[in-house]
Design a protein around this ligand. Structure first.
Ligand SMILES: NC(=O)c1ccc[n+]([C@@H]2O[C@H](COP(=O)([O-])OP(=O)(O)OC[C@H]3O[C@@H](n4cnc5c(N)ncnc54)[C@H](OP(=O)(O)O)[C@@H]3O)[C@@H](O)[C@H]2O)c1
Length: 335
């Protein structure tokens, strides 16, 4: 098989097209011929060395390192005990962080981390959806939000025009929330189209000028603004969740113990600013069965992300696309 792999951490130029042995699926796994594989911000950061210490302990930083979580493709082999999928099925999904990611012509994933492709959907959009959807949906749950607890209340999404943000807006809107989307000017129309009731241009209106009436706030943008977001929660708020917490960076800088202690201190400091009874959560991507079931139900209705395709040999360019925050999701097309 071929893969966009790195032999050392560094700038996009460390990415090389390599021939690697094609893995065979073990029990419970499937081998997928990859049609499209999303490049997310985490891939560009991992390539530069971010999260290397914790991921090394998890076996997810071995060289040659093939990055990538999200994929769409075709099942070409199944391991023992797999009954949910068959050879020839068109699938999409997301695998947990590993050293053998989806930026390759072939990838092995656990069968429960793949779903059948809905008819008529573009493979690039399908590859870009699952990692973001599962994380956005997890953040919503982590913040204590349910359709019952919301009852038309206001929720603020920060980083609203990004991959996570637009999916969170859509999910919250479909749960009956009044969504306030905070984003840069260029993304405000997308936020409205996804279901935001109110849009705020973060370059014109600072967070501290917003009303302090939100049932929940979600931070998909910037840890430096965490405290400002917590101050926008109503006294009877449900909670707050962030995906941009400093845990992995702390461990990179201070090692496992020092990083864990620094993380605990920062978390405690923020936790103290949350209204009594409200949740405070640091969300991490986890491919959970309940969230896959939710994705299967609504994939065909989700706002399809605009994507730009790159051949696998141009993986470095795709990483630059992500780093320069060019419009649209960067997606690798191994075929
Ligand atoms: N913890 C986890 O497991 C996990 C999983 C998935 C994602 N994440 C992280 O969650 C974040 C969002 O992911 P994504 O895929 O949605 O990223 P994305 O598509 O790049 O969107 C992030 C949005 O945040 C806004 N933003 C960026 N920097 C900002 C800043 N300094 N201040 C205010 N707003 C800023 C940008 O929109 P505007 O410029 O339009 O405002 C951008 O569109 C990323 O940092 C990603 O690495 C974490």
């Amino acid at each position: 098989m071929t893969a966009a792999a790195i032999g050392q951490f560094g700038p996009p130029s460390v990415l090389r097209l390599q021939r690697l042995p094609c893995p065979a699926p073990k029990a419970g796994e499937i081998l997928v011929r990859v049609q499209a594989a999303a490049v997310h911000p985490i891939d560009a950061r991992r390539r530069g060395g971010y999260a290397r210490r914790l991921f090394a302990l998890m076996g997810a930083a071995r060289m040659p390192l093939v990055l990538g979580n999200g994929f769409a493709g075709t099942v070409v082999a199944v391991g023992r005990g797999v009954t949910s999928l068959r050879v020839g099925d068109a699938v999409f999904g997301a695998k947990p962080p590993s050293s053998s990611g989806t930026h390759a012509s072939h990838v092995v994933v656990r069968a429960e981390h793949a779903l059948r492709q809905p008819a008529g959907m573009d493979a690039m959009a399908l590859a870009a959806l699952p990692y973001n959807f599962l994380t956005a949906a997890r953040a919503i749950t982590d913040a204590g939000i349910t359709a019952q607890s919301l009852q038309g209340r206001a929720v603020l999404v920060y980083g609203a025009s990004g991959g996570l943000g637009l999916l969170a807006i859509w999910l919250l809107h479909s749960m009956g929330a009044q969504v306030t989307a905070v984003a840069g000017g260029a993304g405000l129309d997308d936020c409205r189209a996804a279901g935001a009731t109110t849009v705020v241009d973060r370059h014109r209106q600072p967070l501290h000028a917003l009303p302090r009436h939100f049932a929940a706030t979600l931070n998909f943008a910037n840890w430096d603004d965490e405290a400002a977001l917590l101050h926008l929660l109503a006294p009877d708020a449900l909670g707050h969740a962030t995906t941009v917490h400093p845990m992995l960076g702390n461990i990179d800088r201070h090692g496992l113990l020092g990083g864990a202690l620094a993380t605990l201190r920062q978390r405690r400091r923020m936790r103290a600013q949350v209204p009594k009874g409200a949740r405070y959560a640091w969300t991490v991507f986890r491919p959970e069965p309940a969230l896959f079931a939710l994705l299967a139900q609504c994939a065909h209705r989700l706002p399809a992300p605009a994507c730009t395709g790159y051949p696998l040999s141009a993986a470095a360019q795709a990483h630059r696309h992500v780093e320069q925050r060019l419009p649209g999701r960067a997606v690798l097309l191994p075929a």
